[in-house]
Design a protein around this ligand. Structure first.
Ligand SMILES: *Cc1c(COP(=O)(O)O)cnc(C)c1O
Length: 416
C-alpha cells in the first residue's frame, strides 16, 4: 500500500491523539528505520528512549522468540518460571529489595502512588484518606486520570476532570519550595531527576541530593520516575546516580523491554512494597513470562554493551558539538549523556520536518525544543552524520526555516 493510503486509513479510523511526522516505518535495525518505500532514516528519538538497545536487538529478539514458543501468559493466578529470575536480575543489578512488575509506564507510576499512599497510612501513620504526594511542576508521568490530574500542562487536563485530590505541586529544582510543601501528611515526593517531556530540563546541581536529605529527615518517600531517564540514557544506569542518590522508590519502563513489549516495574524496599497484600493491586499481563524473558535480555544488553558508558562518551561529544553551533535559532543546548534538548526561539516542528527530509527523525517536545535521544548503540560515525544534518538545518543561513517550510509545501528553496 502507498504511504499516502496508509496515512489516510490511519487518519480516518484512528483517534487523532498524536500528530506524527508523515513517515511510515516498515522495518528497523539498530539506529536506523526504513519507510515503506525503502528510504532510511537515523532514529534520533528511539521511541522516547524505549529502544536504547537499538531496534530489533538480536539478543532480545532471540529471547522473545524462545519464550514465545514455550508460554507467553499465565496470569499471576499461577506462578511462572521467568518472573523469579527477573526479580533476581533486577535485585542484583540495582540493589533494590523488591520489585512489582507492570506493563506501561503510567501503570508503574500509578502503582508507586498507591504504594506511597498505603505506606503513608500503614507505616507512617497518616490518617486514612489524608496522605499527600508532592509533585514537580512541568512533570510528565503518563496519561491516566490521576496522573494528568497533577500535571501543570493545561492541555493534558482539559476536559478530563474531576481529578483525585491529595497532590501538591512545587517548582522543579526549587529545594526551599519542596521543604515548605511537606506536611505531617506527606507520604512521598514524586520527581523525574531530569524532566524529559518538559524539554530535557536538568535541575540545579545538588537538587536531588538535597531533596533526598529532606525526604529522609521528614520521613517522606523519594520516588524517582526514571522511565525515560533510567537504564543508561543519561550516562549512568539511573540519572539519580549522578547525585549519588538512591531513591526510596524507583520507577522504570520503556527500555526495560528494549522496545519489544510494554514492560515496567516499581523497585523499592520490603517496607514499601510489603504494604501490598494479595488482592490489593494487580495486572493481568504484569509479570508475564514473555515480558520477563524480554526484560531480562534487555537488561543484559544494557550491561554487556555498557550502554551507560556509551551514552556518557557519545553524549559528551554530541553536547560539545551542539554547543559549538552558531545558529540564530538556538536559545540553549542542555542535557546529560546522549539525551540533549535544543531549545529554539521558534517552533521546532518545521526543523523536525526538514531533518526528516535529510534522513534524521527527531520530534519536537514542548513546541520549541528538539530532543536528541538516539539509540545508545549508535555508532560514532552515524551519530556524527546525524549531528551534521542537524547542524545544516540549524545553521545554514537565516533561511533554514523558510527552506524547511518550502520543502514542506513540496517546492525546493532553490527554485524560489
Ligand atoms: C513515557 C513516560 C511515562 C509514561 O510511560 P507510558 O509507557 O507511556 O505509560 C511516565 N514517566 C516518564 C518520565 C515517561 O517518560
Amino acid at each position: 500500500m502507498l504511504p499516502a493510503e496508509l496515512i489516510s486509513l490511519e487518519d480516518r479510523y484512528g483517534a487523532h491523539n498524536y500528530a506524527p511526522l508523515d513517515v511510515v516505518i516498515e522495518r528497523a535495525s539498530g539506529a536506523w528505520v526504513y519507510d515503506t518505500e525503502g528510504r532510511r532514516y537515523l532514529d534520533f528519538l528511539a521511541a522516547y528512549s524505549a529502544v536504547n538497545q537499538g531496534h530489533c536487538h538480536p539478543a532480545i529478539f532471540a529471547a522473545m522468540l524462545a519464550q514465545a514458543k514455550k508460554v507467553t501468559l499465565t496470569s499471576r493466578a499461577f506462578r511462572n518460571d521467568q518472573l523469579p529470575l527477573l526479580y533476581r536480575d533486577l535485585h542484583e543489578m540495582t540493589g533494590y529489595e523488591m520489585a512489582l512488575p507492570m506493563n506501561s509506564g503510567a501503570e508503574a507510576v500509578e502503582t508507586a502512588l498507591k504504594a506511597a499512599r498505603k505506606w503513608g497510612e500503614v507505616v507512617k501513620g497518616i490518617a486514612a484518606g489524608e496522605a499527600e504526594i508532592v509533585v514537580a511542576a512541568n512533570n510528565f508521568h503518563g496519561r491516566t486520570i490521576a496522573i494528568v490530574g497533577f500535571s501543570s500542562d493545561e492541555q493534558y487536563r482539559r476536559g478530563f476532570g474531576p481529578f483525585p485530590a491529595g497532590f501538591r505541586e512545587v517548582p522543579f529544582g526549587d529545594i526551599e519550595a519542596l521543604r515548605g510543601a511537606i506536611t505531617a501528611n506527606t507520604c512521598a515526593f514524586l520527581v523525574e531527576p531530569i524532566q524529559g517531556e518538559a524539554g530535557i530540563l536538568v535541575p540545579p546541581e545538588g537538587y536531588l541530593r538535597e531533596a533526598a536529605a529532606i525526604c529522609r529527615e521528614r520521613n517522606v518517600l523519594l520516588m524517582a520516575d526514571e522511565i525515560q531517564s533510567g537504564l543508561g540514557r543519561t550516562g549512568k544506569l539511573f540519572a539519580s546516580m549522578h547525585e549519588g542518590v538512591t531513591p526510596d522508590v524507583m520507577i522504570i519502563g520503556k527500555a526495560l523491554s528494549g522496545g519489544f513489549y510494554p514492560v515496567s516495574a516499581v523497585l523499592s524496599s520490603r517496607e514499601v512494597l510489603g504494604v501490598f497484600s494479595p488482592g490489593d493491586h494487580g495486572s493481568t499481563f504484569g509479570g508475564n513470562p514473555l515480558a520477563c524473558a524480554i526484560a531480562r535480555a534487555a537488561l543484559r544488553v544494557i550491561v554487556d554493551e555498557d550502554l551507560p558508558g556509551r551514552s556518557a562518551e557519545l553524549g559528551e561529544f554530541a553536547l560539545n558539538y551542539m554547543r559549538g553551533l552558531r545558529s540564530p535559532y538556538i536559545v540553549e543546548v542542555r542535557g546529560k549523556g546522549l539525551w540533549i534538548g535544543i531549545e529554539l526561539n521558534r517552533p521546532a516542528r518545521p526543523f523536525c520536518e526538514a531533518l526528516k527530509q535529510r534522513g534524521v527523525l527527531c520530534k519536537e517536545t514542548h513546541e520549541c525544543v528538539i530532543r536528541l535521544a538516539p539509540p545508545l548503540i549508535i555508532s560514532k560515525a552515524d551519530l556524527e552524520w546525524g549531528l551534521e544534518q542537524i547542524r545544516a538545518v540549524l545553521e545554514e543561513g537565516t533561511d533554514a526555516h523558510s527552506e524547511a517550510v518550502a520543502e514542506l509545501a513540496g517546492t525546493t528553496a532553490s527554485g524560489k
